[in-house]
Design a protein around this ligand. Structure first.
Ligand code: SF4
Ligand code: SF4
Length: 125
């Protein structure tokens, strides 16, 4: 297992926010818009949750990758678990990941649209 002293502070270098599962083209357009921005990605994690990731380092991380406000760090940081962190967790971190708008468009054509069409046909029966 990697410990925090030998890590580059990877878990302090982004902000992630859970999203509702995209269900229609309006939702996919929102995701296209997010990922069109620099350092923003969207992924489906190993637990089935959709997440938007903003890759931006915390301003409280020093040049040695240590937290300069460790004693009063936010609850989110306190709840972070070493054995399931980005460096130590097992299995695939992402089931699906979009770093570019082109990747989203390909996924919409191959996966999302057929699924939406199927759902629509079930409703109309
Ligand atoms: S919790 Fe994991 S990702 Fe974060 S600093 Fe420690 S080893 Fe690195
Ligand atoms: S407050 Fe400290 S522990 Fe939390 S993200 Fe920033 S550097 Fe990391």
């Amino acid at each position: 297992m990697i410990n925090c002293d030998s890590c580059n502070g990877e878990c302090c270098r982004d902000v992630t926010v859970e999203l509702d599962e995209p269900e229609d083209m309006e939702d996919w357009q929102d995701i296209r818009w997010m990922v069109a921005h620099e350092n923003v990605s969207v992924y489906l994690d190993d637990e089935g949750d959709w997440v938007v990731e903003f890759r931006t380092p915390c301003s409280k991380l020093d040049k040695d990758n240590k937290c300069t406000m460790y004693g009063v760090r936010p609850t989110m940081c306190r709840n972070h678990e070493l054995d399931s962190c980005v460096k130590n967790g097992e299995g695939d971190l992402h089931k699906v990941r979009f770093d570019t708008i082109e990747e989203i468009d390909e996924y919409i054509e191959k996966v999302a649209k057929p699924k939406m069409d199927y759902e629509a046909s079930k409703k109309s029966q």
